[in-house]
Structures are given as structure tokens and as C-alpha cells.
Ligand binder design. Structure first.
Ligand SMILES: C[S@@+](CC[C@H](N)C(=O)[O-])C[C@H]1O[C@@H](n2cnc3c(N)ncnc32)[C@H](O)[C@@H]1O
Length: 220
């Protein structure tokens, strides 16, 4: 028997929180600026917020990759190809993607899964390809700390994943040949860190097992 995906239960009505993501996703997409002819892969696409903001339309070369069948069923992907798969094992050839987006997904993975996902991104991106990441910003004020712990407790109770601020993210990206070109913080909705990287030409594949690339990196 296959267990339901924990995110299935969140699919109905998931679009309610899209206004809270708009600033961070808009910043990421403005920096990435994918061209019409580029292949874009959106990881953990949910109900398709990133593909809809991209607005590339039918016939675009955009893939909306998502693990939860109900997210895919409830989603609307603006011409992107919905693909059910796991971010830790991408069913795409090496160097076949120009732009990867990972919006509000890396923080729901545990450390080992995150390392696997980043290794997979480095594998499927072509040399010079770009990765855009949005993760929760490091809380600074007491109110932010409180809000974050409430959100994390609620997510943990529903089995939605780690919901941790990935402090090691810049170091993890760099260790996989993904050079950080942009790192900013956005508010006006969810507090977020937006990171955009370019894949180096000479990436050698690394072990992404537990403990790989966990050196704490600088925080914005
Ligand atoms: C916080 S939601 C973000 C959805 C979307 N990116 C957005 O910004 O609206 C995280 C999404 O990642 C998906 N997800 C979680 N773990 C995944 C995995 N290992 N592989 C693929 N998708 C995953 C969940 O099903 C969920 O739809």
C-alpha cells in the first residue's frame, strides 16, 4: 500500500498563501530573467505559483516538478509540463536545463535530502545555467522568531517536513559548483532569503550523503 504524500492534505485551497510569496518569487524571477527559449525546471512546484508568475504559456519549455499527486491535480501550471517526481532524484539528463527554480521547497527537506537535491540540480543544469532559491529568512526580531516557531510546529504536526532555516545553504551551493551571484532578503509577505547562482563549467559530481557540505555559511 502506498502512503499518501503528506503534502496532499495541503493541496486544497493552497493558493491562499500566494500573496505572501509574491515578493520573494518576483525577486527571484527578476534576477533569473529566463529567456523564452530556455528550459526551466520548477522544483516542488506545488499548485504552480512559479509557472503562473513566469506566464510562459502553452508550448513553453517549462517543467513543473512536484511529488504530491494532489498538488498536481489541484494545480494550474500555465502551459508548463507537470511532472510527478522527487527533487532528490530528478528524471532528467545531465546538463539538460537552463534555469532551475526551487521556491519554498529546500527548507521542507532534511539536511541529507537537501544535499541530494542540490547535487541533482548541479547535475541537470548546463554549464552557465542558473538556479534560483527562495527559503525562509533567518528571523531577527522576537516577533519573527515567534512566528517562525509557530509555523514550524504547525508544519511538523502535519508531517510536512523539516521547515528549518537552512543556514548552511550558501556553503552547500558553493560546494556543488553553484556560484552565488545574488543574495537578498525580502519582506512584504513571508520573510525570505532569495539566492541566485550560476553553475560553474567544471562541476565534478560530489557525494551528497549525510554530512556533506554542512559548513555554516554567512547569513544575509
Ligand atoms: C511550501 S510548498 C511550495 C510550493 C511552491 N513552490 C510555491 O512556492 O508555492 C513545498 C512543495 O514542495 C513539495 N515537495 C516536498 N518535498 C518534495 C520532494 N522531495 N520532491 C518533490 N516535491 C516535494 C510539496 O509537495 C509542496 O508542494
Amino acid at each position: 500500500m502506498t502512503l499518501p504524500d503528506p503534502w496532499d492534505a495541503a493541496a486544497a485551497g493552497y493558493r491562499w498563501q500566494e500573496p505572501l510569496e509574491r515578493r520573494s518569487l518576483g525577486t527571484m524571477l527578476a534576477v533569473l530573467a529566463p529567456r523564452e527559449d530556455e528550459v526551466v525546471l520548477d522544483l516542488g512546484s506545488g499548485v504552480g505559483h512559479v509557472p503562473r508568475l513566469l506566464g510562459r504559456g502553452a508550448g513553453s519549455r517549462t517543467v513543473a516538478l512536484e511529488r504530491s499527486p494532489r498538488m498536481l491535480a489541484a494545480g494550474s501550471f500555465a502551459g508548463a509540463l507537470p511532472l510527478r517526481a522527487d527533487v532528490t532524484s530528478l528524471p532528467l539528463p545531465d546538463g539538460s536545463v537552463d534555469v532551475v527554480t526551487a521556491a519554498w521547497v529546500l527548507h521542507v527537506l532534511d539536511e541529507a535530502q537537501r544535499a541530494l537535491a542540490v547535487a541533482e540540480v548541479a547535475r541537470v543544469l548546463r554549464p552557465g545555467g542558473r538556479l534560483g532559491v527562495v527559503v525562509p529568512g533567518v528571523p531577527r526580531t522576537r516577533a519573527q522568531v515567534l512566528l517562525r516557531s509557530v509555523a514550524r510546529a504547525a508544519a511538523t504536526a502535519r508531517g510536512l517536513g523539516a521547515f528549518a532555516v537552512p543556514h548552511e545553504l550558501p556553503a552547500l551551493l558553493t560546494d556543488h559548483g553553484l556560484q552565488v551571484r545574488h543574495h537578498s532578503r525580502t519582506g512584504g509577505g513571508y520573510l525570505a532569503d532569495v539566492v541566485v547562482c550560476t553553475r560553474a563549467a567544471d562541476v565534478t559530481q560530489r557525494s551528497a550523503g549525510p554530512g556533506a557540505a554542512t559548513t555554516p555559511g554567512p547569513q544575509p
